[in-house]
Design a protein around this ligand. Sequence first.
Ligand code: NI
Length: 405
Amino acid sequence: MVFTVKEAKSVDFSQIRQEIRDLQSKLVEWRRRLHQKPELGFEERITAELIHQKLQEWNIPHQTGIAKTGIVATIKSDRPGKVLAIRADMDALPIQEANEVAYRSQHEGKMHACGHDGHTAIALGTAYYLNQHKTDWQGTVKIIFQPAEEGPGGAKPMIEAGVLQNPDVDAIIGLHLWNNLPLGTVGVRPGALMAAVECFRASILGKGGHGAMPDQTIDSIVVASQIVNALQTIVSRNVNPIDAAVVTVGEFHAGTALNVIADSARMSGTIRYFNPELESLIRDRLEAIFSGICQMHGADYELNHWQLYPPTVNDRAIAELVKSVAIEVVETPVGVVPECQTMGGEDMSFFLNEVPGCYFFLGSANPAKGLAYPHHHPRFDFDETALGMGVEMFVRCVEKFLGNC
Ligand code: NI
């Protein structure tokens, strides 16, 4: 499947300062080194080692081994001031890469198919630039290299390890390279950007028997089918139609033979929504549907329901700041896209629940170069021109939020 995005804008870099343009070849080199050595969540040892080596080489104080493989670098300018955190995730996915590029994955069955190699390279470039220009801004920047965004989630254990304290972080920003948007654009909006991710697994426990004698059984398939249908009423009848939500049953397993009534049925699914207030409504409806329908048929059930990530919600003032920076970097307000919400989820949400901040999308698709496959696709790749734009975005956000001298 080829993802269709409108034409990418040719970036002339005129708004990207010379020192960052000069970094471009390094950004590409680091990104490609990381791309060749993709590592899954909490296993990012080669990745962490590269980051550690670079930070050491540049004399940037940093702490390693936070939440297993996470790293936090602290860059103090020459003047005291506020503290801004920049977050980059660094894990890859269990996907076999199908690209035939020189820098293709050397790890069998693993691939940077979401662009986190780029996020790490951008964060390194930002650390390098800010450290070189300590007299140009004030305050402190903490750069958080986070493991395991793809699951089970590295943000929460990093917060629990105290990465937002000492010095205390006033605000946090982060970006995702985004192939749903063309190169030369930035997706940013106040409020919810990405959805809450919830999961459920359930078993319907009926009573099996002969396919010709249903009166002697409790047919778990009939009961479970009614539950699948009823679950669709959560979005269509219970959620305010102004709020967006999704309930998907992704797995349904039951039965062993055509003339046997199944003793039990299993299903699992995912639930997505933006409005944090929907959490309890959806949980209550899920429980009521399972218990009501099972009771009606005399069946039992086991239901496990848990939230993986809360919704990713941006602070209004900081989103406005990022938007103003984006207009400077992409040179035109047309390149700043507020219609960029997605039902995908992100554990950046845990950071944004602790301190105000903004997560934004940096357009990275370039269909003319064949770089437009969607995230998590075995042919995913992005236009590396976006790497320098990412550094420019972060550096300008630092100067604007903390103040330049
Ligand atoms: Ni991602």
